[in-house]
Design a protein around this ligand. Sequence first.
Ligand code: PGA
Length: 250
Amino acid sequence: MRKPILAGNWKMNKTAAEAVAFVREIRFALNQVEAADVVVCPPFVALVAVAEALQATKIGVGAQNMHWQENGAYTGEIAPTMLTPYCQYVILGHSERRAYFAETDDGVNRKAKAALKHGLTPIICVGESLEQNEAGETHSFVSGQVRAAFAGIPAEDVARSVVAYEPIWAIGTGKSASAADAGRIIGLTVRGTLAELYGEAAAQQVRIQYGGSVTPENIAEYMAQPDIDGALVGGASLKATFVELVKGAV
Ligand code: PGA
C-alpha cells in the first residue's frame, strides 16, 4: 500500500515571516493527519525558519528546485547539501521551471540523481501542454519525460521517488483534468512507463501525484482513482484551507 502524499508548492509566494506565521497557523491540524505524508515547499529563504517551526511535527519540508552540483561557481544556485539540513523533499522539473527557466529533461535527470544521492526525495514533475493534449501526444510526451527523468537511476532508488503528473493547461487555471483522465494517464502512462523501465513490482511502489487546480472540493475525486497517490498543490496550498484539502484526501 502506498501512503498518500500531499505537497504544497508555494511557488514565489510568502516572505520568511509570512511563511512562519502561516505554518504556525496550520501545523497543529496538519500534524494530526496520520494517513498521509504532508509536505510544504516554501521559497528558499524561508526554508530554515519553516523547518524550525515544523521541527516537532511530522510535516515535511521541500525545496522547489536545486542544482545538481555539490558546490562551485554557479551564481544564484543552491546545492543539495545546502538543503539537506532543512528539507526531506525537493520539487524538480516543475513546468514553470521548464517553461521560464529553460530546464531540460537532462537537467531534471541530473537533479533527480543528485537528490537521491543526498537522501532527498525528488518530486519529479511531468505533464503535457494544451497543444500536445489536443494533438493526442500526451502519452508519448509524458512517457518520454518519465524515461528521461529516470535515465540511469537504479531500481533500488525508484521507490524513494515521487512523480507529479501536472498537465500544464490545468496549472493555476481553475481548469483541472477530470479525475478519470488524470487517473488513466497516471496509471497507463506514468506508472506504465515506470513498469517498462523497472518492472511492475517496482512501479507499484512509486507514489504518483496529480497536480493542477486541486482544491479542497475536488481532492476526493482524484484520491478515489487507484493510481493517484496524492497531489501537488499550488494556489490552494497558500491558505489555511490547505488543511481541509489534506483531510479530504485521507
Ligand atoms: P495549482 O498549481 O494548484 O495552482 O494549479 C499546481 C502546481 O503548479 O504545482
